[in-house]
Write a protein that binds this ligand. Structure first.
Ligand code: PLP
Length: 392
C-alpha cells in the first residue's frame, strides 16, 4: 500500500544527515563530557559545537541554550522554574486557552499548588487580543507563557508585541516555540523573549531531546537537581548522541530554511486550493496569513474527524484530527472550541502538517483520495442526509 505521511506537527522522520552525525557518539565517542581526560574532552568539544548550532538557528548566544529531554520538559522548567524563583513577587500566571497540554496541564498543576492562572481567549482565527493581555497583567503576575505558533492550526502569535508588553510591565515572558523553530524565522536578538522552549523531534531528530533558551540574566530554578551540567540549569549526564543530532538538525534547518519554507508553503497552498475546489461544505480553521507554512486545518462538515482519519489511514494517508497527545480521545479539540467553533465543527476537523520530504505528487494523491472518502462517509451520515432533505 502507498504511504503518505502528513502529520509532521506530531513528529518528523529523522533526517539522514542527523542520524549520520549521531552515529559516532554511540560507539567511539562515548566519553562523559564532564570528564577531564581525552575521552571527555573530545565529547565536550562536540557538545559545545552543538550548542552553537542550536543558538545559531535562533540568533542566540550559546551560553543561553540548555539541553533538556523534550519540549514538555522545557515547558515545565519554564513555568515551575519561574514560579518557584519569583514566588515572593506573586502567584499569578498568564497563558492562553489554546496552548499545548504541556503548558495547560502544568498550569493546572500550579493551580493546585496555589497559583492563579488567567487563560487569554482567542478570536475565530485563533489570535489573542493584546489589549486583553495588557488588562490581565497584575502586580503579582510572575510569568506570561504564550506559544509562538499553534500546533493544531498553525496560527502564529504576535510574539514581539507580547514580549514588549511583558518588558514594559516587568513580567518574564516564556514562549513555547516547539512548532515554530525551523519553520519560521526566530531571531532572539530582535524578539523580547526571556525563555523559549523547543523540541528536537519536530525538527527531524529522534524523540527525546529538547532545548531551552534562557536569556542571560533571567532567573529561574532548575527542574532537575544533581550535578553541575548545563551550568547548573539541568542536572544529569548529557545525552550526547541526541544533542549532537539536535545540533545537526538546527544546522540543516538554518542552511535549508528558504528552500524548505518555499517548498512547504507551495505544497500547503496546493493542498488547500485543491480541497476548496473539489469538496463542498468545508470550513478553514486558523489564520489565513499569520500561519505556519506547513499547516492546514480544515473542518469537513457532516463527517466525523476520527472516521475520516481512519478511512484515510486505510488508504495509507497519515494525518491528524488534532494534537497527537489528545488523539484517541473523542473530545473535540480545545483549540477549535476556544476559537468559537461548534463541537460538531471541531469534531469534523483534520490537520495536515507537511514536512520537507513531502512531494507534489503526494499532495495530488491526497486530493484524489480525500473527496472519494468524504463522499462515502457523507453518504452514510445522518447529519448530511438531514441537511440534504432540508435543502430539498
Ligand atoms: N508544545 C507544542 C506546541 C507541541 O506541539 C508539542 C508536541 O506536540 C510539545 C509542546 C511537546 O513536545 P515534546 O513532544 O518534545 O515533549
Amino acid at each position: 500500500m502507498r504511504r503518505v505521511y502528513m502529520d509532521n506537527n506530531a513528529t518528523t522522520p529523522v533526517h539522514p544527515e542527523v542520524l549520520e552525525a549521531m552515529m559516532p557518539f554511540f560507539q567511539d565517542q562515548f566519553g562523559n563530557a564532564s570528564s577531564i581526560h581525552w575521552a571527555g574532552r573530545e565529547v565536550k568539544k562536540y557538545l559545545d559545537e552543538a550548542r552553537e548550532k542550536v543558538a545559531g538557528l535562533m540568533n542566540a548566544d550559546p551560553e543561553e541554550i540548555v539541553f533538556t529531554g523534550c519540549g514538555t520538559e522545557s515547558d515545565n522548567m519554564a513555568i515551575k522554574g519561574v514560579a518557584f524563583t519569583h514566588k515572593d513577587k506573586g502567584r499569578h500566571i498568564i497563558t492562553s486557552k489554546v496552548e499545548h497540554h504541556a503548558i495547560l496541564h502544568t498550569c493546572q498543576f500550579m493551580e493546585k499548588t496555589g497559583y492563579e492562572i488567567t487563560h487569554l481567549s482567542v478570536d475565530r482565527e485563533g489570535m489573542i487580543d493584546l489589549e486583553e493581555l495588557r488588562r490581565a497583567i497584575r502586580p503579582d503576575t510572575v510569568l506570561i507563557t504564550i506559544m509562538f505558533a499553534n500546533n493544531e492550526t498553525g496560527t502564529i502569535f504576535p510574539v514581539k508585541e507580547i514580549g514588549e508588553i511583558a518588558r514594559e510591565k516587568g513580567v518574564i515572558f516564556h514562549t513555547d516555540a516547539v512548532q515554530a523553530v525551523g519553520k519560521i524565522p526566530v531571531d532572539l536578538k530582535k524578539l523580547p523573549v526571556d525563555i523559549l522552549s523547543l523540541s528536537g523531534h519536530k525538527l527531524n531528530t529522534p524523540k527525546g531531546i529538547g532545548a531551552q533558551f534562557i536569556r542571560q540574566g533571567t532567573r529561574l530554578s532548575p527542574l532537575i537537581h544533581g550535578g553541575a551540567q548545563e551550568r547548573n540549569r539541568r542536572a544529569g549526564t548529557e545525552n550526547i548522541p541526541y544533542i549532537i543530532g539536535l545540533g545537526k538538525a538546527c544546522e540543516i534547518a538554518q542552511r535549508d530554511f528558504q528552500k524548505r519554507h518555499k517548498h512547504l508553503r507551495g505544497l500547503r497552498d496546493r493542498l488547500q486550493e485543491g480541497i476548496l475546489r473539489t469538496i463542498p461544505h468545508v470550513e478553514f480553521n486558523g489564520h489565513p496569513t499569520k500561519r505556519l507554512p506547513n499547516t492546514l486545518n480544515m473542518s469537513f462538515l457532516y463527517v466525523e474527524g476520527e472516521s475520516l482519519l481512519l478511512n484515510l489511514d486505510l488508504e495509507g494517508i497519515a494525518v491528524s484530527s488534532g494534537s497527537a497527545c489528545t488523539s484517541g480521545s473523542l473530545d473535540p479539540s480545545h483549540v477549535l472550541l476556544a476559537m468559537g467553533k461548534s463541537p460538531l465543527l471541531a469534531q469534523s476537523a483534520l490537520r495536515f502538517s507537511l514536512g520537507w520530504a513531502n512531494t507534489e505528487e503526494e499532495v495530488d494523491y491526497v486530493l484524489e483520495v480525500l473527496p472519494r472518502v468524504i463522499n462515502r462517509l457523507r453518504a452514510i451520515s445522518p447529519l448530511y442526509q438531514k441537511h440534504k432533505n432540508e435543502k430539498e
